[in-house]
Design a protein around this ligand. Structure first.
Ligand SMILES: [Zn+2]
Length: 120
């Protein structure tokens, strides 16, 4: 096993996409998110770099992935929102639900957002 194979462990296997009133759909992340590319073969995808940083509100992980079908590079951006501090004067129990949530975005090589993929 190489160091790069290890990076796959950083990627959630599945994301959940909200379909408005039709609930959630599972989406595999083992695919190329670049335009005009339909690569869904994990063997043609090579994660090669990881960046992590965090601030007081969220932790962010960037996984750089090279696609050997379209020869492009895209970035999976995984954002985990941290527990929201509960306002002391709040009696609204529903705020407890915003504890930890993961958001997945796809970025192109230059860091431009090419879409909100879903949740993990
Ligand atoms: Zn591709």
């Amino acid at each position: 096993m190489t160091e790069n194979d290890d990076l796959w462990h950083e990627v959630p296997g599945t994301a959940y996409v909200s379909l408005a009133r039709r609930g959630m759909e599972r989406l595999s992340l083992d695919q190329c998110f670049l335009k005009n590319c339909d690569n869904e073969d994990i063997n043609l995808l090579e994660p090669f770099k990881k960046e992590e940083f965090e601030d007081e509100k969220k932790s962010t992980k960037l996984i750089y992935i090279k696609c050997h079908k379209c020869t492009g590079t895209f970035i999976l951006k995984l954002e985990t929102l941290k527990a929201v501090a509960k306002p002391t004067d709040s009696t609204d129990q529903s705020t407890d639900q915003i504890l930890s949530m993961g958001l997945i975005f796809a970025l192109d090589e230059k860091g431009n957002n090419i879409g909100h993929i879903g949740f993990f």
